[in-house]
Design a protein around this ligand. Sequence first.
Ligand code: TMP
Ligand code: MG
Length: 289
Amino acid sequence: MVPELGKATVLMKNPEHVKDVISALREEGTDKLQVISDFDMTLSRFGFNGRRCPTSHNILDNSRVVSEEGRKKLKDLLHYYYPIEIDPNQTVEEKCPLMVEWWTRAHDLLLQQKILKSDIAKIVKESEVMLRDGVNSFLDQLHKRNIPLFIFSAGVGDVLEEVLRQGKVFHPNITVVSNYMDFDDKGVLRQFKEPLIHTFNKNNTVLENKEYSQQLSARTNILLLGDSLGDLSMADGVANMENILTVGFLNDRVEERRGKYLDAYDIVLEKDETLDVVNGILGYILRET
Ligand code: TMP
Ligand code: MG
């Protein structure tokens, strides 16, 4: 059906279920399909040549517009909170207040840097961000076939949009919900817009604008892509969901987290920096293969 599912990076707890959902998505056709995806470490790469790639926050943190002192403080926050974010032994309830703390402290530090709106494009251009191999063809294909893509990100909206723009894949079928910057009339960052989105509140509580899901009420089949267990609630707002296929990238601390990912995601892609499997599935659903 989808030869890419035989790739060594693919893990599935219930391959029969995966097969059934993929068949249903194909049978019901493109008019009923929508894609919901995380951005950082899902559409963007986790690592390259043994080095970590930046998240949309890290793109700002590592740029020249941030002072050395600011950069050090932001790194300290990352080293303190990131292990909590991915800790398989802490509950979401325990993590949530700590994530709010991380995002709030990081955003406060960024606000002190007087970042200019007009600098964002240059900051992204000079960064080491990379999209996963195959993201371009994935996004081009969704656009070509008029399949809506909802990017739900706890990263920085202005930055991730610019990454997509520079990659020439910010197509009109894409809607982004994320943390957006608010600039004053001189174009200086003055605050982040509400509500704050962090790893574990990607759900209805931050989707003020329910219009999107209403507009797409006929698109009851979902392909969901994420890399955190928090990404699984991204489709909660979809009314009358019929079929959902969830694909999770397991990038880090794979041994400890494999069990939980296998329980939570239909397909787990372990240390896979490509969108090969997702493109294989999409091609099959769209009857292109
Ligand atoms: P995502 O929802 O698009 O994956 O974005 C959230 C990621 O951003 C999450 O995995 C943690 C990361 N992050 C940073 O790298 N630096 C920061 O300062 C903050 C607040 C989050
Ligand atoms: Mg992510």
